[in-house]
Write a protein that binds this ligand. Structure first.
Ligand code: ADP
Ligand code: ZN
Length: 215
């Protein structure tokens, strides 16, 4: 199964991906996660990307495209993949098409998660992440059993630096201007599946699996 997960920040792409990668036994490729890892390791890409990410801007296409191209070449992607947060611009989508032609493969579907802005802002401003395993919590909606501590691995929880109200507003604007036009791009290819992202993760995931049933 070769899938793209699309949708605005906070719609639940990462949370849904956690289930989908297990269900379809495919690698979860999140460019946001890859950048965060690069930042924590202070690699060249990480140092570059941090400047953009902290401001709520997109990392330049060339850097992002190269990162994904190399990742998709790895052996584990032969059985399929789940792209999360990529592509985010028309340039990236066109590049992805070329990468896939080069790999002699095609997308099965583009999953578009939908929720209104009020829901997104509420979710992102309360979002907490585990510093060790990456599990996502929410201060009100999905609190950990012990404050500040991951239920699964005991790691400490933190708030992403780009999850402040001001940066979220910028990210939502970037989404509107640069990523939303991709829906039209993929609509023309005829493989978009729209999913309600405003409910719970398990409801969204079930809807996705049901709608992908024919694939
Ligand atoms: P969210 O979907 O909540 O914005 P992500 O973890 O997907 O979170 O992305 C975090 C940040 O990483 C983005 O705001 C952007 O700066 C950068 N980023 C992630 N994916 C891409 C991409 N495909 N192109 C450019 N920048 C990206
Ligand atoms: Zn954890």
């Amino acid at each position: 199964m070769r899938l793209i997960l699309m949708g605005p920040p906070g719609v639940g792409k990462g949370s849904c991906a956690e289930y989908l990668k297990t269900h379809y036994d495919i690698p979860h490729i999140s460019t946001g996660e890859m950048f965060r890892e690069a930042i924590s390791k202070q690699t060249e890409i990480g140092i570059l990307a941090k400047v953009y990410i902290d401001q709520g801007k997109l990392v330049p296409d060339d850097i992002t495209n190269e990162l994904v191209k190399e990742r998709l070449k790895l052996d584990d992607c032969k059985k399929g993949f789940l792209l999360d947060g990529y592509p985010r611009t028309i340039n990236q989508a066109e590049k992805l098409d070329k990468i896939l032609v080069g790999l002699n493969t095609k997308l099965d579907a583009v999953i578009n998660l939908v929720a209104d802005y009020q829901v997104l802002v509420e979710r992102i401003t309360g979002r907490l992440l585990c510093s060790q395993c990456g599990k996502v919590y929410h201060i009100k909606n999905m609190p950990p059993k012990v404050e500040g501590v991951c239920d699964d691995c005991g790691g400490s929880l933190y708030q992403r630096k780009d999850d402040t109200y001001e940066t979220i507003m910028k990210r939502l604007k970037v989404y509107e201007q640069q990523t939303k036009p991709l829906l039209e791009y993929y609509n023309e290819q005829g493989n978009i599946i729209n999913i309600n992202g405003a409910t719970t993760v398990s409801v969204s995931v079930n809807e996705i699996i049901n709608k992908l049933g024919g694939y």
